[in-house]
Design a binder for this molecule. Structure first.
Ligand code: NAI
Ligand code: MG
Length: 361
């Protein structure tokens, strides 16, 4: 059967990495047909909005999508397309496997961890009050009167909601994932010592869920700041890691840095009904349109998508080609040249893509 998949190319380097991804998927032999749907700067003119309703509907229709990065416009009043899409489709899991690729310039060769980031609440809920606004003033008065504390009158305020429901489903996902993929441990990461009613709640719920898996999957927890140090010092101690939204965002880029950078870090946004695969990185405006981007992250995201669709052989063909091209080391993009401190000439996005395709033949 042919799988119909929604492709949101994105903007910035998304145009280049998505085209590369399409070529590589075609060469893998996977029976994929694309339905292209726009988002981001690319469709502001035509639709007057960065995330058209028709794009959300396209994902709902096909259930599976892959998405290039989208620039978040600052100061236009529009919310991040990424956050809006995750919320509209209730994609509550952000799954980011982090694995060493020999030759990619990682600091370690034995990183094999999985980041499970809560994707629907926390400071990403987008509930904010501008400094000096009537709402901010009212909130400040309420806080004062409640005896909870004081807030300076010239404060902007962002709200950090973390629910029992949201925490339970993300931790449950992490344990299910561990069990399904033969992994041994889940680590919950938090700052429960300071934020008792948000992170503290998350930790309490995580401990409750962990009890259901006692004897099957081990559990421990770490405080986010100490966790960052441990990840840098010895990432091999981690297996599956589950985070509230913001810490997961930050730790994802840190983990990508351990294995060679954002250019090779894939991911997926997953909900009950839909899945949208996308790289960890953003639209990289500093190198967009110059044929310099590393498409590996989006290509490995496509491999995750093929796993999800049951096209396991094609997915493995892509991953094997990636490993081969990095191990050979003759045709790698500039980000990897820098990570490996190599003086060799960098390959363009297009040259690297051709090398991957050649490696699959
Ligand atoms: P970024 O991830 O786009 O770039 C950070 C640095 O990494 C830059 O120096 C960039 O050149 C480099 N880089 C990233 N991906 C690369 C690749 N594939 N190959 C080679 N080098 C790469 O993060 P930044 O600059 O903070 O964000 C740029 C825009 O992207 C912002 O508007 C942001 O909101 C948006 N963004 C979108 C995301 C998404 O669509 N899922 C995720 C993260 C950011
Ligand atoms: Mg991020």
């Amino acid at each position: 059967v042919t799988h119909l998949v929604t492709l949101i190319p994105g903007d910035g380097i998304g145009m280049e990495t998505s085209a590369a991804m399409q070529e590589v998927v075609a060469a893998s032999g996977a029976p994929i047909e694309w339905e292209v749907a726009p988002a981001g700067a690319a469709c502001m003119e035509e639709f007057g909005a960065p995330l058209p309703e028709s794009t959300i509907e396209a994902v709902q229709r096909n259930k599976v999508a892959i998405k290039g990065p989208v620039t978040t416009p600052v100061g236009t009043g529009f919310r991040s397309v990424n956050v809006a899409l995750r919320q509209a489709l209730d994609l509550y899991v952000n799954l980011r496997p982090v694995m060493s690729i020999p030759g990619a310039g990682g600091r370690y060769d034995d990183v094999n961890l999985v980041i499970v980031r809560e994707n629907s609440e926390d400071l990403y809920a987008g509930i904010e009050f501008e400094e000096g606004s009537a709402q901010a003033k009212e909130l400040i008065r309420f806080v004062e009167e409640s005896g909870a504390g004081t807030i300076r009158p010239d404060s902007g305020i962002s709200i950090k909601p973390i629910s029992v429901t949201g925490s339970e489903r993300i931790v449950e996902y992490a344990f299910q994932y561990a069990q399904k993929h033969g992994r041994n441990k889940v680590t919950a990461v938090h700052k429960a010592n300071i934020m008792k009613h948000s992170d503290g709640l998350f930790l309490r719920v995580a401990r409750e869920v962990a009890q259901r898996y006692e004897g099957a999957v081990a559990f421990d927890d770490k405080i986010i700041d100490a966790c960052c140090m441990c990840m840098v010092q010895d990432p091999s101690q981690f297996d599956v890691m589950v985070f509230p939204n913001l810490y997961g965002d930050i730790a994802s880029d840190l983990a990508a840095g351990l294995v060679g950078g954002l250019g090779i870090a894939p991911g997926a946004n997953i909900g009950k009904d839909y899945a949208v695969f996308e790289a960890v990185h953003g639209s990289a405006p500093d190198i967009a349109g110059k044929n310099l981007a590393n498409p590996t992250a989006e290509i490995l995201s496509a491999a995750m998508m093929l796993d999800h669709l049951g096209e396991l052989e094609a997915a493995e063909r892509i991953r094997a080609a990636v490993r081969k091209v990095y191990a050979e080391g003759t045709c790698l993009t500039g980000d990897i040249r820098r990570a490996t401190k190599s003086d060799a000439a960098p390959a363009t996005c297009a040259q690297f893509t051709q090398a991957l395709i050649a490696a699959m033949e």
